[in-house]
Write a protein that binds this ligand. Structure first.
Ligand SMILES: C[S@@+](CC[C@H](N)C(=O)[O-])C[C@H]1O[C@@H](n2cnc3c(N)ncnc32)[C@H](O)[C@@H]1O
Length: 123
């Protein structure tokens, strides 16, 4: 997947991903940006209401990203994943495995097939 992103970024010429992000979010003062590989990052907060997982779609990363946020998600909070049920079957499988592993903590699963989104709502 890292190669896919590298290739995608070619279309943006000499602009680095961080520069593009800074342009797009200019003036937004409520964003705390963590820079790095999510495998090596910890989440600097105690509670999470909503997390969106859409980074490296390899199962190792999907599970890493979920396992870092899920324990911090409040009751009624949501973890959403992109590319569920789309053209990345290994991503879908990883999400299904996470849901099964945490079934006792999941209140509801909502899918939006047209957008390849899935939401896991915590009990
Ligand atoms: C599909 S895009 C997500 C787009 C984003 N959700 C949005 O709507 O703009 C995946 C993003 O995750 C980043 N990414 C990929 N692997 C990552 C990793 N291991 N750690 C952190 N970010 C990663 C990519 O650079 C890319 O910006």
């Amino acid at each position: 997947m890292a190669e896919v992103y590298k290739d995608f970024m070619k279309d943006f010429g000499s602009l680095k991903q961080l520069e593009i992000f800074q342009k797009v979010t200019h003036g937004q003062d409520n964003i705390h940006l963590l820079i790095g590989d999510s495998l090596n990052l910890s989440v600097p907060t105690e509670k999470i209401a909503f997390a969106f997982i859409d980074g490296n779609h390899d199962p190792v990363y999907v599970k890493n990203d979920f396992n870092k946020v899920w324990p911090l998600v409040s009751s009624g909070g949501v973890v959403a994943f992109h590319d569920y049920g789309g053209n990345l079957p290994q991503t879908t499988r990883a999400i299904d495995e996470l849901e099964a592993e945490h079934s006792e903590e999941v209140r509801e699963k909502i899918t939006e097939p047209a957008k390849t989104l899935v939401y896991l709502i915590k009990k």
